[in-house]
Write a protein that binds this ligand. Structure first.
Ligand SMILES: Cc1cc2nc3c(=O)[nH]c(=O)nc-3n(C[C@H](O)[C@H](O)[C@H](O)COP(=O)(O)OP(=O)(O)OC[C@H]3O[C@@H](n4cnc5c(N)ncnc54)[C@H](O)[C@@H]3O)c2cc1C
Length: 186
């Protein structure tokens, strides 16, 4: 990227997103930029001797699946559930690990597998993402599976920690009914 010079880099970005121009105008040197490096690590079991790990400290990934905050909140809810289930701390931390293990393993594996499709120097995987996957993603049951993947609901992480997924259809309906009058006024 640097070899091509600042202007070449800017013109590539502007070709994709012209509205970035005011931001790009402020950059006069590559040194003003910070390179984002993403690490991938999984700590299993998510506990040690009288210590417990939640969120990125236990399972960091690239942000492609948009699941990091979601996973951290699931960890917190699972720890709460585990502490309710047992008065023995050691046992409760084991329960916490068991409640989260499979979901974490699945999403860590998915993230590791899918990241190169979004961030890599290769040409083949991004091409597959933009062409083959874009078409395949319209064929059932892939839309449902992809939806569950980006919602983090594969393997039902909520049920096992005593929570239930909200009725999104009802919520969307309720939001629609509150938004409708505003639209009428406008
Ligand atoms: C570019 C990008 C986009 C993302 N997009 C999404 C998304 O769309 N959806 C999603 O769910 N997730 C997303 N994530 C991931 C998400 O931000 C993280 O997974 C989530 O913030 C992890 O929460 P955490 O509480 O484990 O860690 P953090 O949010 O990192 O919190 C850790 C806190 O500990 C503090 N800390 C560190 N060391 C010490 C210390 N020694 N003493 C005291 N405090 C300390 C830090 O300052 C920080 O405030 C994204 C991440 C990035 C980088």
């Amino acid at each position: 990227m640097k070899a091509g010079g600042l202007d070449t880099w800017k013109s590539r970005i502007l070709a994709v997103w012209p509205a970035c121009a005011p931001y790009l105008d402020q950059i006069t040197d590559f040194a003003q930029l910070t390179l984002a490096r993403y690490g991938h690590h999984t700590l299993l079991p998510q506990r040690g001797e009288r210590i417990v790990f939640l969120g990125d400290a236990a399972h960091a990934t690239s942000p492609q699946l948009g699941q990091g905050a979601n996973m951290a909140l699931l960890d917190a809810a699972a720890l709460d559930e585990a502490l309710r289930r047992s008065d023995d701390l050691d046992q409760a931390l084991d329960v916490y690990g068991a409640l989260r293990r499979n979901h974490i393993k699945l999403f860590q594996a998915l993230s590791l597998m899918l990241t190169p499709f979004y961030q890599s120097d290769g040409r083949v995987l991004p091409w597959m993402r933009d062409t083959l996957v874009a078409v395949a993603a319209r064929v059932p049951p892939l839309p449902q599976m992809l939806g569950a993947m980006v919602a983090g609901t594969l393997l039902d992480p909520l049920g096992r920690i005593g929570l239930a997924e909200p009725d999104w259809t009802a919520i969307a309906g309720a939001l629609g009914s509150t938004e409708a009058p505003t639209q009428e006024k406008a």
